[in-house]
Design a protein around this ligand. Structure first.
Ligand SMILES: O=P(O)(O)OC[C@H]1O[C@](O)(COP(=O)(O)O)[C@@H](O)[C@@H]1O
Ligand SMILES: [Mg+2]
Ligand SMILES: [Mg+2]
Length: 330
C-alpha cells in the first residue's frame, strides 16, 4: 500500500490506514470492472438468501484482504453470515456492502461499494449493533463512467475521484452539499400494488403532476443501484424510497440497516439532506442483527419531511382522491 492511494490531508489521522486500504481495494476493483469478462455468473447464496455473483465474492475477498492490515478488529459484510475477527489489536469495526447493485454487473451500469466505520468494542455485536449516529465514518465508492468516492467523517461530505494516471483518489470537492429541492423521485414502481397507503398517496400525488395537489410536474428515475441513486441525489437533489411492502420477506423493504442505510444516511445528513425509515431518522436507530433490513427514504430535507407527513395523515385524508388532499397543495 502506498500513501498515494488517496489524498489524506483531510482524513482524520487515526482513519488514514483504513481509508488507504479502502481506496487501494476500490481502485483494484475498478480495474477488474473496467477489464470486464465473466463477472456476473451465479456462484452461491449469501446469509440473506440473495444470489451471489462472481464479482460479489471477488469484491468481498478484495476488501477483506486490504482491511486485514489496516487496524480493523471486526469486519461485517453482506456476503458473510457472521462478523469476522481480523486484527485483535485493531481499534476499528468496518461494515461493508462490497458490491452494491449486483443486478447491474452484466449491463455495464454503475455499481458500488458502501462502508461504515465504528470504534471497535470487545465483541462484534457491541461494535455493530448500536445507534447509527455512533458511526465515525460512512461512505461509498461508485464504479461509474468515473470512479469516485464520497465519504464523511462527521464534518461534511468529501468527494474524491480516482485519477486514472496515478490510480489514486484525489479530492474534487471538500464539502459536497445536496441541493435543497429537486423535482425527481426514485422508487421501484413495479411494487406499487404492494406498498402501504401513505407511499401510494405520495407517489400518486407526484404522478398527478401539475393536475394534482402538488401543482407541478415530477420526473422519475430507478437505476436499481443504491450507490448510483445516492450519487445522483447528492449531486442533483431529489428523493429515494424503498419502503416496506406486502411481498413475502419485504415487510421492512430490501435494504440493510448496517452496511447500506446507516452509511448512506450519515452522508445524506452531512450533505444537508434527511434520511428516515419513512418517519424516524435512520441515524437514531440501530441494527438489532447484522443483516437486518429497514424501509429507507432519503434525499432533500423538504421531500423527506413531506413523506413523513403523509404517514401522519388521517386515514380518510390518505384514502381520498388526490385532488381532494388539500393539505398538500404545492
Ligand atoms: O431490484 P430492486 O427490488 O429494485 O432493488 C434494488 C436495490 O437492491 C440493491 O441492488 C441491493 O443491494 P445488493 O446488490 O448489494 O444486494 C440496491 O442497490 C438497490 O437499490
Ligand atoms: Mg447493496
Ligand atoms: Mg451487495
Amino acid at each position: 500500500m502506498t500513501a498515494e492511494t488517496i489524498q489524506t490531508d483531510r482524513i482524520p489521522e487515526e482513519l488514514r490506514p483504513v481509508m488507504q486500504a479502502m481506496a487501494e481495494a476500490g481502485a483494484r476493483l475498478a480495474a477488474i470492472i473496467r477489464r470486464g469478462g465473466d463477472l456476473a455468473s451465479p456462484v452461491g447464496t449469501n446469509a440473506d438468501g440473495d444470489g451471489q455473483k462472481a464479482l460479489d465474492v471477488m469484491a468481498d475477498d478484495l476488501f477483506r484482504q486490504a482491511l486485514a492490515g489496516a487496524g480493523v478488529r471486526w469486519l461485517a459484510s453482506e456476503e458473510q453470515d457472521e462478523a469476522v475477527a481480523l486484527d485483535p489489536a485493531g481499534r476499528l469495526a468496518v461494515a461493508i456492502d462490497p458490491l452494491d447493485g449486483s443486478s447491474n454487473i452484466d449491463t455495464n451500469v454503475s455499481i458500488g461499494t458502501i462502508f461504515s466505520i465504528y470504534p471497535a468494542e470487545a465483541t462484534a455485536e457491541a461494535s455493530f449493533l448500536r445507534p447509527a449516529r455512533q458511526q465515525i465514518a460512512g461512505g461509498y465508492i461508485i464504479y461509474g463512467p468515473r470512479c469516485a468516492m464520497m465519504v464523511t467523517f462527521g464534518d461534511g461530505v468529501q468527494h474524491y475521484a480516482l485519477d486514472p494516471d496515478s490510480d489514486g483518489f484525489r479530492l474534487v470537492t471538500a464539502r459536497q452539499e445536496m441541493p435543497e429541492s429537486a423535482l425527481e423521485f426514485a422508487i421501484n414502481a413495479s411494487n406499487y400494488r404492494h406498498w402501504p397507503q401513505p407511499i401510494r398517496a405520495y407517489i400518486d400525488d407526484c404522478l398527478a403532476g401539475s393536475d394534482g395537489p402538488r401543482e407541478q410536474n415530477f420526473n422519475m428515475r430507478w437505476i436499481a443501484s443504491l450507490v448510483a441513486e445516492t450519487h445522483r441525489i447528492l449531486i442533483r437533489g431529489g428523493v429515494f424510497l424503498y419502503p416496506g411492502d406486502a411481498r413475502k420477506g419485504y415487510g421492512s423493504g430490501r435494504l440493510r440497516m448496517l452496511y447500506e442505510c446507516a452509511p448512506i444516511a450519515f452522508l445524506v445528513e452531512q450533505a444537508g439532506g434527511r434520511a428516515t425509515n419513512g418517519l424516524v431518522p435512520i441515524l437514531d436507530q440501530g441494527a438489532a442483527s447484522l443483516h437486518q433490513r429497514t424501509p429507507f427514504v432519503f434525499g432533500s430535507a423538504e421531500k423527506v419531511a413531506r413523506i413523513a407527513a403523509y404517514h401522519e395523515l388521517p386515514e380518510t385524508e390518505v384514502s381520498a382522491l388526490f385532488g381532494h388532499r388539500g393539505l398538500f397543495r404545492a
